[in-house]
Design a protein around this ligand. Sequence first.
Ligand code: SAH
Length: 472
Amino acid sequence: MKLYPLFADIAGRRVLVVGGGAVAARKVAALCAARACVRVGAPALSEDLRALAQRGEIDYRAGSFDTTWLDDAWLVVAATDDIETNRHVARAAQKRRLFVNVVDDAALSSFHVPAIIDRSPLIFAISTGGAAPMLGRWLRERLEVFIDHTVGTMAALLERKRPVIVARHRDLGARRKFYERLLDGRLWNWLRADDAIGAEREFNRVLQKEHSSNAGSVALVGAGPGDPGLLTLRALRVLNEADVILYDRLVSPQIIELARRDAARIEVGKASGDDHDATQNRIHALMLDHARKGSRVVRLKGGDPFVFGRGGEELEFLRAHDMAFEVVPGITAAVACAAYAGVPLTHRDHAQSVHFVTAHCKNSMDTLDWRALAQERQTLAIYMGVAQLATLRERLIAHGRSAQTPFALIENGSTSRQRVVAGTLDELHRLAISHEVKSPALLIVGEVASLAHTLAWFGDAPLGSRPVDLAA
Ligand code: SAH
């Protein structure tokens, strides 16, 4: 180990920063955040530093470096753009046995400033020992994404609760088990919701329990439309903690790959032709069995779990069996396909509302309010409609929608296989057949759909007929 890591308490201690520019200002801000008494020495100050000096928040020494600036300092930072000055400061500081950091110069520095992830009171510091500071920064950005913001709140809570924890569990072994139970448990959910009362109640519940009940849980997670980049950070974290993943056919393999390496992966997708209710019952049983054995189960669904995904039923089942759950929303197909096809679902000039509709089978088509759906200046986002395009076209026109209404049909939206077929309602069925559109595809009907021709940005330009002029 080339450097010895340490966290320094500089509150109320004098720190000298030599330099008055933007880099110095950044260093000063960080030092002030740690409540150091900062002295800044430089011939001139940047605007922010001048403001700090005027408010008396820093002690300003004007002029070129003078060794008396080092008096009563504990730490020194050289942040000028003049190498000679930096060298001079470094030498003078070393002579007085003061730790000195010269910005971007590992050789002259006796301490380095790490890249940090701040979840106060928790701080993660990354150092490459001066080998490659950019690599440290790059790594910091990636880790930032994985570290939940509530770890800081958890740390503060554990600090506050330490006396009661020690009183309850005097024995070190018991205490360690308690901490494991607490940290593997559901307290995080209350912290995340910023619910102090709920968190307190959960904390006390775990504190009073003798043994771990080994309680598992289920997270109902939306995987988005396919592009792994559209997964939420929360979904990614839950996937990283999963023991068992029950996923649908529509979830893309790249997303499954993001999950914890040793998680069990079970496909539970429904194919057309399956007995859907039997499959659904099997999913319910699998979720419950695995969670009862103590596993953290992720039930992973395409898009959003509450949009045409039977997510509601799965939660009702879990509630009825007293199993803990949480829900992580996902980007639903309508929102993603519209975005990736350049179709704004609403538009001040063309559509004031948007309807999410499923056209799963003849039965569900009969229960829809066609008069309302056929109104102008609104957008229909129709799921599971590929097999029903002829009926959809016929009913919308029969209930008054113009045959010239634009549509965009998006197949495999947001993935590398995305195709968009666009045209007018009249030609919907014919165009879909001639381009052999297959499920999964999302149908957008409404004035906004013609913008697919002008706003396309992802993949190939729309197939199908020429745009209709919206202004006409
Ligand atoms: N819960 C999902 C929808 C499940 S229903 C969601 O919120 O998106 C399945 C239907 O969603 C498909 O038949 C298709 O209409 C649509 N769909 C899902 N992913 C899609 C994709 N990548 N491209 C186009 N349509 C998609």
